[in-house]
Structure formats: C-alpha cells, structure tokens
Design a protein around this ligand. Structure first.
Ligand SMILES: [Zn+2]
Length: 330
C-alpha cells in the first residue's frame, strides 16, 4: 500500500491540493484525477477513500490509520461503501451509472458516506456522462465521486467543470534529476542518470561505484578514437572497452552511455541546447556534431538500440560490439 509520503514525493502539487481539501474539511463532491498512466491516480483514490472512511481519523492529519476495520476492508478491496466503475467492454454505459445511483438511494451499510471511483472516465458514453451530470448537479452531502483519466481531452467540458481537477504529472527524468540533486550529486551526473532512466537506488549505487566513473572515461576515450579513425576505434574497443564492460548488465550501461552521446549530437543539430545531457563534454560534442550529420546520428542511435536487442537475444557481446563499432566509425 502506497502511503501519502510516497505519493507526495512523486506528486507534490497534486497531493498538497488533495490533502488540503481533507484537512480543511472542504471535500469536493467530485474530483477529476488526470494525468499519464502510472502516476499514482489509482493509489491516491484508495488513500483518499481510506482517509474518508477511517474510524480513527484525526482532523489535522491527512493519513488514515491503515489499521481500523474500514482501512483494512479498503485495502483488501471489500468495503461496501466504496464503489468502482470500469468500462464494460469498450465503454462505460448509462446503465452502469444508473445502477450505482440506485445503490446510493439505500443508506450506506457502514455509514451514510459513499465514495465511487470511475476508472477510465473518458470512456463514458454521452448518455452515461449525462446521467452522471444529473447526479453531480444534485450532490448528496456525503457522496464523493472520483473520476480517473489518462485522456482528459476526451472528456466532456460539462463534466470537467463540475469536478475539482487534480493533475498528476508524469514521473519524468526531471523527477529523478531533482531527487539526485537534492541528494547532493553533481548536475552532470544527475542529468546523465536521469537520461539513462535509472531508478533512484540504482543511480545512487552507480554513483558510489568506481567502476562507473571509469566506465564514463572509457566511453569518452572510445568516442574520441572512433571519431578519429576506424583502426583506433577497433583497437580501443578491444584494449579497454570490452575489458571493462563485461556481463550483460555492464554491457547495457555501456550502450546507454553511447546512446546519450548520439542523442546529444542530435540535440545540438536541432539547436535544443537545454536537452543536452553531457554538459561536461560540450566541447567534444560541438566537435563531433560537425563530423556526424543529423541523419547519421539518428541512424547510429538506431544501431545502438539494435545492439541492445542483439545482446538481449544472446548474440555474442564481442561480435555485437565489433559490428556496432564498424557502424559508428567515420
Ligand atoms: Zn483507519
């Protein structure tokens, strides 16, 4: 079970809005949680419901107790006053909303309070939306609707305007970057780890590891040699690179590092300087981008990704890397 603290770390603004409405006792009749998949909308609705029904809730505390009968029933998915609506096939139909409303005319089993969560709310048919609208227009005091959607653009304005909107942001590179900066890592390293799409623990481990510091140097050397001449690149591959990057995991990191180089060359060509990751290598990048055209850089990115696939399919690492170096060579 995700806690507020965890959700707050990834969704600070959304969680603050939600917690404020709880603590200040200004709970809306309808919320719309919107944002990309995997950003915690489902978890937030569970936590909200737990806090709403919790038997030990404290006025100044947004967390539920997690331990009372109500909290436990929500965690195990069988609280009688928490209802979930999901698409039935391709859409959420009018009958599903009507059924829910009938349920609500009976008093709550545990209390008069009810919460209903509509997942993939953008899939409501027009009839279902209109039915829901009527419901939202005559809110009964203790009923809370939470609509979840990844596609707010597909929802009716009339519904959106009746909900308190809470936006969930994608857990982008930025989030990891900020976390690493807060942990005191240098800007260039934080940017690199974010670009490599590592998780925080992996990033912190690599940062402590001398192996990775050396790995960065070796990739710089390899890039220098490859840009110079074919023989030099091939020699460097065998003399240093393949000795350092052994085993699937470390080969993977090596490819990620190479990928970042060529993505940065693309960024330079497109004049997107804000996107450059290897800010400590700007001079080199400038030099390389005169040598490697935009379309070459793009096709080399393709080759690197292709090499990653080959390694996953158990192609011999030396062969796969030799082939890649041939492609990278100028
Ligand atoms: Zn509780």
């Amino acid at each position: 079970m995700t806690s507020w603290v965890e959700l707050k770390a990834s969704q600070p603004v959304a969680m603050k809005m939600l917690q404020n409405s709880i603590i200040r006792d200004r709970i809306a009749h309808a919320y719309l949680f919107h944002g990309p998949p995997g950003t915690g909308k489902h978890e937030a609705s569970l936590l909200f419901a737990m806090r709403y029904f919790c038997e030990n809730k404290r006025e100044d505390e947004p967390d539920p107790c997690y331990e009372c009968n109500s909290c436990k029933r929500i965690q195990s998915g069988n609280h009688p006053d928490l209802h979930w609506i999901e698409p039935d096939g391709q859409s959420i139909k009018k009958e599903q909303i009507e059924y829910l409303q009938k349920e609500f005319t009976y008093t709550g089993l545990e209390s008069n309070q009810k919460v209903y969560v509509i997942r993939e709310a953008e899939k409501m048919t027009v009839n279902a939306s209109n039915r829901l609208l009527k419901f939202l227009e005559e809110p009964s005091r203790e009923t809370v609707a939470i609509l979840l959607t990844d596609q707010i653009g597909q929802m009716l304005d009339t519904i959106i305007s009746r909900c308190q909107r809470i936006q969930f942001h994608s857990l982008t590179d930025d989030h990891l970057y900020q976390q690493l900066i807060e942990k005191g890592l240098p800007e260039s390293t934080s940017k690199l780890f974010a670009a490599m799409k590592l998780n925080i623990n992996e990033a912190l481990e690599l940062h402590e590891d001398d192996w990775f510091a050396e790995a960065r140097k070796i990739v710089v050397q390899l890039m220098d040699k490859v840009m110079n001449s074919s023989e030099e690149g091939y020699l460097e591959l065998h003399q240093a690179y393949l000795k350092h990057f052994q085993g699937r995991e470390s080969m993977g990191y090596g490819l990620e590092l190479l990928l970042v180089w060529f993505q940065d060359i693309v960024s330079l060509h497109l004049d997107k300087r804000d996107s450059i990751v290897l800010i400590d290598q700007l001079d080199r990048l400038e030099k390389f981008h005169y040598v490697v055209s935009l379309s070459e850089a793009k096709s080399l990115i393709y080759e690197i990704l292709n090499t990653r696939r080959k390694l996953a399919q158990n192609v011999h690492p030396t062969l796969a890397m030799e082939y890649l170096i041939l492609k990278l060579q100028r």
